[in-house]
Design a protein around this ligand. Structure first.
Ligand SMILES: [Zn+2]
Length: 420
């Protein structure tokens, strides 16, 4: 069958299921949080499978795992392909793991056929994508791409007081024989296969999602300051009622921001009122805004309008707006997207363009090299749950598309960076 000709689909599935045993939960999910004993055990299995095929394992100071198939030109920037091995505490078998295991299967298959790429091909598992034990996530890819410094992530502690630094030292002690790569190195391209974590591919009956980008996100904290007063005696026109100001703001924001178009995601998710007493005019309201949009320009303009609307509706109260998260949207490399679409088409796999509503390590890699993602369906769009499920045929199809694109990139003696 053409779909699986570049990989061994049965081995991929068997190994993915074996990996899911590490940190398996009674309800069929996976609890394999970042830098835990489970992740160390997962590293042992994955490194073992890679070394069997002659790949060389290495790590870096940020606890990223690299498995290299050496190319002809060792000095040329490598192609990176992978995802993450950590999970949510009640996560599934596929989020992250499917991408790492598909990448490994593709590269192991190349090695077994005795094929030497023009440049190194490196399977990568990024440290702490999920951001559950240590928040926020995507630490490995953020340090690799210079978004955060290694000292900043080493200082982060989990709920029991263990720091990322201590956990990283423990990981490195468990793999003392692994060489260390420098923190961040030039890459020719980055590819990541991932389950969609949403319902669109399944609804459209498509096997391959050609990911156009990851939608941007801004969050704000808004504080409205009014004045307390007696609910029975203070004349209405003299009040500086923070809840009244909030009601005007929320109505205006929902109408004028939330109503822009179908692609906008606008949420006021948390509201606190002070003093929160039935017979006291409220003096203070604090609320959160979560704003997401695929287009960065629109997101910026919309973010600015949030502030303007709040200021317009505030009087006679005062308002302060504090931006918290600023994660711009990104577009994946158009020529890599085209290669993915072509690879799917050539193999008779139904594909569609799709925007990622969730964040991924590829968002950061896209800042330093051409990057792209391949989505495959997951049942009912469910992810970060123990019953998360992807069909073996879809895993095989995604890996097969990955294999085709990787072959295009790694067996070209031109620079992918210049070409892509
Ligand atoms: Zn993931």
């Amino acid at each position: 069958m053409a779909v699986v000709s570049l990989i061994n689909a049965d081995r991929l599935w068997t190994r993915l299921m074996a990996l899911a045993e590490i940190g398996a939960t009674p309800a069929g999910g996976v609890n394999r949080q970042a830098l835990s004993d489970g992740e160390i055990a997962a590293w042992r299995s994955v490194i073992g499978w890679a070394q069997e095929a002659g790949l060389r394992a290495a790590t870096d100071a940020a606890g990223n795992l690299f498995l290299t198939l050496a190319g002809r030109d060792r000095a040329a920037p490598p192609v990176l392909v992978g995802s993450h091995l950590d999970s949510q505490p009640t996560g599934g078998k596929f989020d992250g793991a499917a991408g790492v295991m598909a990448a490994l299967e593709v590269v192991v298959s190349l090695a077994e056929r005795g094929q030497t790429p023009e440049r190194d091909v490196i399977v990568v598992a990024w440290m702490n994508e999920e951001g559950c034990r240590f928040a926020p996530g995507m630490m490995g890819s953020e340090v690799f791409t210079g978004v955060r410094g290694i000292e900043a992530i080493r200082a982060v502690r989990d709920a029991s007081g263990i720091s990322v630094g201590e956990a990283l030292d423990r990981l490195h002690a468990a793999f003392a024989d692994l060489p260390r790569k420098p923190l961040g190195f030039a890459a020719a391209a980055y590819l990541e296969l991932h389950i969609e974590q949403g319902p669109l591919l399944e609804a459209a009956d498509r096997t391959i999602g050609v990911v156009t980008g990851i939608q941007g996100k801004k969050t704000f904290q808004v504080v409205i300051a009014g004045a307390e007063g007696h609910a029975g005696t203070l004349p209405q026109q003299e009040r500086r009622d923070a809840v009244a100001a909030f009601a005007r703001m929320a109505a205006a924001l929902h109408a004028e921001i939330g109503g822009i178009d179908a692609e906008i995601k606008f949420t006021i998710g948390r509201i606190t009122v002070e003093p929160n007493a039935p017979s006291v005019v409220p003096s203070r309201v604090t609320f959160s805004i979560d704003l997401r949009y695929p287009d960065n320009g629109v997101l910026d303009v919309t973010g600015a309008r949030v502030a303007a609307l709040c200021h317009r509706q505030a009087p006679p109260c005062a308002v302060t707006i504090t931006p918290l998260v600023e994660a711009p949207s990104n577009d994946f490399e158009p020529r890599l997207r085209e290669r993915i679409a072509r690879a799917a088409h050539d193999q008779g796999l139904p594909a569609m363009a799709i925007l990622s509503a969730a964040g991924h390590d590829a968002r950061h890699l896209a800042k330093v090299c051409p990057a792209a993602m391949i989505f495959i369906p997951c049942r009912d769009g469910a992810s970060h749950v123990e019953h998360e499920w992807a069909e073996p045929a879809h895993i095989a199809a995604g890996a097969s598309v990955l294999a085709r694109v990787l072959r295009d990139l790694a067996f070209s003696d031109q620079s992918c960076a210049a070409e892509a």
